[in-house]
Write a protein that binds this ligand. Sequence first.
Ligand code: PLP
Length: 354
Amino acid sequence: MNIEIDLTQNLKSKPNADQIAFGTIFTDHMFVMDYSTEKGWYDPRIVPYQPIALDPAAMIFHYGQTIFEGLKAYTTPDDRILLFRPEKNFRRLNLSADRMSIPAIDEQFALAGLQKLIEVEKEWVPKAVGNSLYIRPFIIGTEPNLSLAPSKTYQFIIILSPVGSYYKDGIQPIKIHVEYEYTRAVRGGTGFAKTAGNYAAAYKAQEKATTEGYSQVLWLDGIEKKYIEEVGSMNVFFKINGEVITPELNGSILEGITRMSIIELLKGWGITVIERRISLEELYNAANCGELEEAFGTGTAAVISPIGELNWGNRNIVINKSEIGSLSQKLYDTLTGIQTGKLEDLNGWTVEVK
Ligand SMILES: *Cc1c(COP(=O)(O)O)cnc(C)c1O
């Protein structure tokens, strides 16, 4: 399929990424492709960034048939542009698509479309250390129809947003509120998919945590409310007695690409990583006998977010004196080093945009 390119006549001025709030500024162009049951995916194109016109009955507005991805493009010190494991994002987009009864995209073609878009927008990839171009691919059901059935038409869109460094004042460990009332996801539900409702449904708990002075929520399993699942919209890791433990994928946990990369890095360093269920009780006991050495969340936005404190009811644990641990720091430096081309990419994770 050929990608039509329609360039804008009105280029926007480029802001300093450090001075903008995350996800509020968008580049000059976007990638769009349509789907219908008769034609499959068709008409891939790069067009000026613009609003999309949808019928008020479009299915996305009513039953939430939509999925998204999130990844970043980085500038290297020698001015090349790198993507980090982008094929994994399109693989995951298709896993989300399958869960939400959305037709699959051709993953390689989607990646080619993204590369073309970034080529057009290469001046928008921030160069300052820590800044990057956030990439948001998404699919929406567009058929105007209020019946409860999958849409017969869709749009696949990729938009780009320059973002500043997540850690403007250095890495600060965060305080976490353990959530007992609300559940993020349950086995058999949509937790493993990046679909809109999972995130809107989490605002309520986040609001509660914010009000009480915590920066994020620790999500427990929805059935027994005993086992740890994720922290905010990040995967979570604990270093206990020299070993690293992360909750095993169970259908309600989203499989992060940062998570996957960290597991591979740790194994390569000869550190034991165990994917298994881990209860809050176990964590509490490990903290009490001095075996809980480090804890951190992982995701594309922050890469590593150290957890300094966990609170639930009248229990509170402080981890590593609320400082970033040495393993967390090493993981952060290694991953960001590979992503930005400062360290050699021994795993073949980066893809250059030419
Ligand atoms: C996106 C996301 C993550 C992290 O995934 P990455 O691929 O590492 O960015 C973790 N948990 C949830 C719920 C997410 O939506």
